[in-house]
Design a protein around this ligand. Structure first.
Ligand code: SF4
Ligand code: SF4
Length: 248
């Protein structure tokens, strides 16, 4: 069913006793339309019985003030202000396990819808998205500069405070142990494995073409600038390598 032909958007947006809503209706509509415009939207929202099966089986709902049923209802009833509110905090509680999608009698995917809301929050540079993603800047930098998300030299008590006392157990001569692995691409602790230049450059093209870098620029301009420098350097290195091959 297309959601563009009919609309259940409520007339009033904002605090009913205030004439000055925090976020204008135009902005709320723009955000909702961005969520709705994604080709996955109609596939993942087919109606909602408000039965709560998704929430009953949702692990995140056990620990947080969060309910996939509530999120789906906000989208289904086109409650623009509620959608915006949920994007400030609640959508970031989802663990993306998709148990809800397996159980919903309407074949909805609340987890998938939440993913669309997260992507839209990033696109609009919402503060909630910036706050949630800030701790991942180190991982993003590692990924873009090495092609790996995580490397052995990142596993330190400071780097993974959320691992609690378990991180202290990673106390081994990693440099030596890595050299004992038969594959030469693993003989380093700076990356999980060595990614060659051609693969790195191809990854950059994918990130450019799919809008990943545009999203990064919206969320963290400084990190974006650093990453562009790294990409330029690697592309130059790759060109040099190609020239060397031609000379041989
Ligand atoms: S995908 Fe998210 S909303 Fe669905 S069950 Fe998992 S944590 Fe809950
Ligand atoms: S999304 Fe599905 S499981 Fe959740 S309340 Fe609606 S109909 Fe029930």
């Amino acid at each position: 069913m297309s959601h563009s032909a009919t609309s259940r958007i409520q007339e009033h947006i904002g605090d009913p006793v205030s004439d000055t809503p925090l976020v204008g209706r135009d902005k709320l509509e723009e955000i909702f339309q961005d969520i709705q415009a994604d080709m996955r939207y109609d596939h993942e929202l087919n109606g909602c019985l408000n039965c709560g099966i998704c929430t009953a089986t949702c692990p995140a709902a056990h620990y947080y003030d969060f309910s996939p049923r509530e999120i789906v209802q906000l989208l289904w009833t086109e409650n623009l202000e509620g959608i915006y509110d949920a994007m400030q905090e609640k959508i970031w509680s989802c663990a993306q396990c998709y148990t809800c999608a397996a159980r919903c009698p309407f074949s909805n995917s609340p987890g998938g819808l939440i993913m669309l809301m997260r992507e839209t929050a990033i696109k609009h540079g919402m503060e909630s998205a910036k706050n949630v993603l800030r701790p991942f800047s180190r991982v993003m930098l590692k990924l873009i500069s090495t092609g790996n998300q995580l490397s052995p030299d990142m596993i330190t008590p400071d780097g993974f405070a959320d691992w609690g006392p378990n991180v202290a157990k990673v106390d081994a001569p990693l440099e030596l142990l890595r050299k004992a692995i038969p594959m030469p691409t693993l003989h380093t602790t700076k990356t999980a494995w060595e990614v060659n230049l051609k693969t790195s450059v191809e990854l950059y093209t994918i990130w450019e073409e799919t809008g990943v870098l545009d999203s990064l620029e919206t969320i963290d301009e400084n990190l974006f600038d650093v990453i562009l420098d790294i990409m330029d350097e690697k592309r130059d290195d790759y060109e040099d390598w190609l020239d060397d091959q031609d000379d041989d």
